[in-house]
Structure formats: C-alpha cells, structure tokens
Design a protein around this ligand. Structure first.
Ligand SMILES: [Fe+2]
Ligand SMILES: [Fe+2]
Length: 166
C-alpha cells in the first residue's frame, strides 16, 4: 500500500465524491436514505479535513512558504465545510433546509477538491518530492485512528472554534 500523502488524500476524495453522487441520485423523497448518506459524508469529511489540517497543511506551510496563500484559502474552505457539517449533523433529514444545505456542502467541497487536485497538489508534489510525502502519508495513517469522526467531538469542535476565535 502506498503511503504517499497525496495518493491517500485522493483516495479519500474519491470516496467522498462517490457519496455525493449517491446523494444526488437518491431521488426527491428518499429522506431516510439521504439522511444515511449525509451521515457518511459528514464522517468522511470530518476525518479528511482533520488529517489535512493537522498533518498536510501545516507541513506545506512550513516547507513551502510560497504556497501560504493557497493554504490559508484552503483553511477557510474547510471551515465553511465544518460549519455546514455541524449544522447538518444536528438537523433532521426531513427538515426543509436539509437537501439545500447538503447541496451547498457538495458544491463547496467539490470546488475545493478540484482546486486541491488540479492546482495545489501538483505544486506540493513538485516542491516536496517523494520522501517527505511518504513520511506525511505514514503520519496520516497513524493519526487516522484517533481522528474525530463526528463534528461534535471535542477535537473537531476545537478546530471550528479556533477558526472563528483564534
Ligand atoms: Fe482540503
Ligand atoms: Fe482534500
């Protein structure tokens, strides 16, 4: 199995985008199954943004100062996703805002993933090279087990709180 950080993050993206399609294909009235899909989306995104925020972004910021603006923009995009995930987590799937909010989450995250994969990751790969990316990936695998899976867990809430107040 590859431990290349970018390969691992792209695998996450693939799973997340598959869940987005499941939601979009579920149909108008499939309230229960859409509720279940959104739970899975929230879990995947909570783990994924945690790993990027804790491992990749700070490292890239430190090692590639030229990419600082991209890192800061990505933090903001994660923050928007965090807020939407938290709101959806406590919302009843039957709520009239549920589908609309999920659609906005999907649009935002799809845009963010495209930016990462098309603009950002290639620059990171070029700037860092193989070894640092493998070390970063190994660290991600290690941290995955203790990453928050729900937006209400303290480490996830702290991230949202820090983004607003710190
Ligand atoms: Fe990201
Ligand atoms: Fe990502």
């Amino acid at each position: 199995m590859s431990t290349d950080a970018i390969v691992l993050l792209k695998d996450d993206h693939k799973r997340i985008k598959k869940l987005f399609r499941d939601f979009q294909d579920a149909g108008e009235n499939a309230t229960a199954s859409k509720g279940g899909i959104v739970r899975k989306i929230i879990e995947e995104l909570t783990v994924h943004t945690y790993l990027e925020n804790e491992v990749m972004y700070p490292q890239v910021r430190r090692l590639l100062p030229g990419l600082e603006d991209d890192v800061l923009e990505s933090y903001e995009e994660h923050h928007v996703a965090d807020v939407l995930c938290l709101e959806l987590y406590v919302m009843d799937p039957g709520d009239e805002h549920f589908d609309a909010k999920t659609t906005v989450l999907i649009e935002n995250v799809t845009h963010h993933i495209e930016e990462e994969e098309q603009e950002w990751f290639p620059k990171v790969r070029e700037g860092l090279g193989r070894k640092p990316l493998q070390e970063m990936g190994a660290r991600m695998i290690e941290m995955r087990g203790k990453a928050p899976r729900k937006p209400t867990q303290p480490s996830a809430l702290k991230k949202a709180f820090d983004a607003i107040v710190a």
